[in-house]
Design a protein around this ligand. Sequence first.
Ligand code: NI
Length: 172
Amino acid sequence: MTAIFPIITIPDPVLRKEAAPVERVDEELARLAGDMLATMYDAPGIGLAAPQIGISRRLIVMDPAKDDAPKTPLVMVNPKLLERSEEMRMHEEGCLSIPDFTAELERPARVRVAFLDLKGEKQEKELTDIWATLVQHEIDHLNGVLFIDYLSRLKRDMVVKKFTKAKRAEAL
Ligand code: NI
């Protein structure tokens, strides 16, 4: 049985916390990763970091495959960026924690990432294109960084304000 978690949106403070390293890769963690993938596909989204479901641990799941393409899920435990290319790529990013908002952002086009897989084994991967953008976006989540942080302050404040107001209205 997989569980679908509610996704936490801004301005929840858990999204701004630095997540703690995963200390043990076990069955429970594998189950959590499976639930995160199910939550991500259900949203639908192409990436999800554990803090987005309120778990402040360094665990991310990704799959940029289009709806009709075969699934290509990738789970990373304690991911770490080792190298970034000087070459950049533009992408229109969105985030499940900031619904209905996207913005064009430039990030390194190629990155090298070290991580543990769900067997607890060390892996290294070079990622390009959408995968490069995606993994940088998700690792940012583990450091309390959101893609709106790369926008102008004016634009970022506008987005945050909109969500703060919406939350207040919901609370009434
Ligand atoms: Ni995100």
